[in-house]
Write a new protein. Structure first.
Lengths: 88, 589
């Protein structure tokens, strides 16, 4: 299992569109993937769960994954956040 | 029997502009009743399969609609249906449904509906507005699945012989995309909000629409005459002849206007030789943003914050101000809004203090002068502005700056407020741009040194003219002396633009002159970078900018600057305008 801590740096936070991008990306992997914010842990392949995290700019998330492609999964999802979901 | 009532007005939320006049078509959905049933023994696996099949079927429907939209409106608009697919295939939800069917041995539609309703409940209580709007999407998707499970057909609008106005309790994006211009004039729905997908789709498909009408659906009879006003968000039932006539006239006017706007929409304001002019809007209230965008503004060049004060008769507190500023940054994003700090007489802020009689209020204690004397008022406003800036598309503008000392003093206060916010870890845009109004002749004359300490200039011609010519613009006896094109005024404008450019900052103009079509060629020729005017005047100015050559406008401006009496200049501009545009106007828009 691997984990990576990341910061939400895009201005609008994890609103509808970025949430959809995370779920689409996560669904491509076989690994189980979770997003953790404070005490909430949600399945990164579920749009409803990810939206309900309501992570705003400046909040910190942990991406956790386990399964055969766990490291690429974490890398690629972290990259989405780093690149601000192409927002700016 | 009583005579039936005429002109019954229902107020809803304007979702998509335009006027529709016609007979009502009720989009009747039977209330779906979902029964709770215990499964017969051994039926669990079959029930799970039935659930999975209904998901598959719903998926096929959504994919089909999506393809249809891509074809009609392009891939961008179809993204809504990607979201629907993600909701439909949500593995957490679907796994929960399957598990609960196994555990409770109950029918799929009952369990699925229960899980969805619970999710909707959680989401509706969230503090984020965008999540609440997703509720409509979730129910649209779940209705599709439940209809499949119950063997009901998704309701479609039957082809109509004469087009009608659709009235429904609720509408899904799927319903809207099925609407055809031949059978639908517009629609009204009891549920929905301004930014729902339904509203966005109605706008892009060009259907007038009103939503949020609460209980209209139950009060309309099929075939009843009605008027739907998508601009004001009203539905008028059984209109009388006079009202009908008025609205038919209004509809024609709107259609004509939208034809012109349509031609210009999406086109940038640039000259034939590709010199770009930023055309933005002056607004008074956050709700004016819509009209600014509709008319093709590329941003808000001037938000007059004093209207917040005038509207509430009391100085708005920090939260109220923050809400107003932030809502504009959201609505206009990614375009920019320039927020100007209070520009009113000092007596308005200082209600409790004794009001001093001022013999010359225009030359008195007002705008930045009063703000610097009343640090509480000024700092509250700056805090609200900074807090509203995180999207990075807000700029600050200071009114009535007369010289460098004032600018530096105001910037010092701004720094203090920033420091306070940093200490409290309140986020704001560290790159916030600060500009000043050039509306006092001394500022125009000192533009070179002022430009070294700010990020942009916006020329306020209304005050610049009255201060330069010493003409009170509210005094009718001397109205003839208020000459917008006085050579002295033009020289100050030119100097401001030149000094700004010398220092690599952009220079805009936000007074009445920006909306005067006679001035456009001259201002472009003088090198103005931005023009900010009332939303309604933008299309005309855009049309002019697009019809001229920058090189030629420069020559024209040079000619104008050689003239030295304002009557001649005015005549020169007037004749040039007639020559350029009036013939053209009659033949071609």
């Amino acid at each position: 299992m691997i984990e990576k801590k990341i910061e939400v740096v895009n201005r609008l936070g994890l609103h509808a569109r970025p949430a959809a991008l995370v779920v689409q990306k996560a669904s491509k992997f076989k690994a189980e993937i979770r997003l953790i914010k404070d005490e909430y842990e949600v399945n990164a392949k579920s749009i409803m769960s990810v939206m309900m995290l309501a992570a705003e700019m400046g909040s910190f998330l942990t991406i956790k994954a386990w399964g055969e492609d766990e490291s690429t999964a974490v890398e690629e999802i972290a990259k989405l956040f780093e690149e601000k979901f192409g927002e700016e | 029997m009583k005579k039936p009532k005429k002109n019954i007005v229902w107020q809803g939320i304007p979702a998509s502009p335009g006027i529709a006049i016609g007979k009502a078509y009720l989009l009747d959905r039977e209330e779906i009743t979902i029964k709770e049933e215990k499964l017969p023994p051994g039926q669990v696996q079959e029930e799970i399969l039935r659930f999975k099949n209904s998901l598959q079927e719903a998926k096929k429907e959504i994919v089909k609609i999506k393809k249809n939209i891509v074809k009609k409106l392009g891939a961008d608009q179809a993204k809504i249906f990607d979201a629907h697919l993600l909701i439909l295939e949500d593995e957490v939800i679907n796994r929960q449904v399957i598990n609960e069917i196994k555990e409770e041995k109950k029918n799929a539609e009952f369990i699925y509906n229960r899980v969805i309703q619970k999710t909707i409940q959680v989401i509706s209580s969230a503090k984020y507005e965008y999540l609440k709007e997703r509720v409509a999407d979730i129910s649209a998707v779940s209705t599709r699945v439940i209809n499949r499970l119950l063997g009901l057909k998704q309701h479609t609008i039957e082809p109509l012989k004469t087009p009608r106005v659709i009235v429904a309790h609720s509408l899904s994006p799927g319903d809207v995309v099925q609407m055809k211009k031949e059978s639908v004039l517009g629609f009204a729905a009891d549920l929905g909000g301004k930014t729902s997908h339904v509203a966005l789709l109605a706008k892009s498909l060009g259907f007038p629409a009103v939503v949020g009408l609460k209980t209209l659906f139950s009060k309309v009879k099929s075939g009843e005459n009605l008027i739907l006003d998508g601009n004001r968000g009203e539905v008028i039932l059984s209109p009388d002849q006079e009202t009908l006539k008025n609205y038919e006239f209004k509809r024609e006017k709107l259609l004509e206007k939208s034809r012109i706007l349509l031609e210009l929409a999406g086109l940038v304001a640039e000259t034939k030789d590709k010199k770009k002019i930023e055309l933005s809007a002056n607004i008074e209230l956050p709700s004016d943003v819509e009209s600014a965008l509709e008319n093709g503004a590329e941003g808000i060049g001037l938000f007059r914050t004093e209207f917040l004060y005038l509207a509430s008769s009391d100085l708005p507190d920090e939260e109220e101000q923050y809400q107003a500023y932030f809502s504009i940054t959201q609505k206009i994003y990614p375009q920019r809004v320039i927020v100007r700090t209070f520009d009113i007489g000092g007596d308005k802020f200082a209600r409790d203090q004794e009001r001093d009689y001022e013999a010359n209020p225009f030359l008195g204690w007002r705008a930045i002068r009063a703000c610097l004397d009343l640090p509480d008022v000024f700092k509250t406003q700056l805090r609200a502005i900074l807090k509203a800036s995180p999207l990075g598309n807000l700029s600050l503008m200071l009114p009535m700056i007369s010289g460098l000392d004032e600018l530096l003093e105001a910037k010092k206060v701004l720094e203090e407020v920033k420091e306070e916010l940093r200490a409290k870890k309140v986020g704001f845009d560290e790159n916030l741009k600060v500009g000043i109004m050039i509306e006092i002749p001394s500022a125009a004359l000192e533009a070179d040194s002022l430009a070294k300490h700010c990020d942009f200039f916006s020329i306020g011609t209304n005050d610049l003219i009255q201060y330069t010519l010493a003409v009170d613009r509210t005094n009718e006896k001397i109205a003839h002396l208020y000459q917008s094109f006085h050579p002295s005024v033009l020289k100050l404008i030119k100097k401001t633009i030149d000094d700004g450019h010398k220092n690599n900052i952009w220079v805009g103009l936000c007074g009445e002159m920006a909306a005067d079509p006679k001035a456009t060629v001259l201002l472009v020729g003088l090198g103005i970078d931005e023009l900010s005017a009332s939303p309604l005047s933008i299309p005309q100015i855009k049309k002019i900018v697009r019809s001229i050559e920058f090189r030629e406008a420069k020559d024209f401006a040079e000619e104008v600057m050689k003239l030295n009496d304002s009557k001649r200049i005015e005549k020169f501009l007037e004749e040039d305008y007639q020559r350029r545009f009036n013939q053209e106007n009659s033949t071609k828009v």
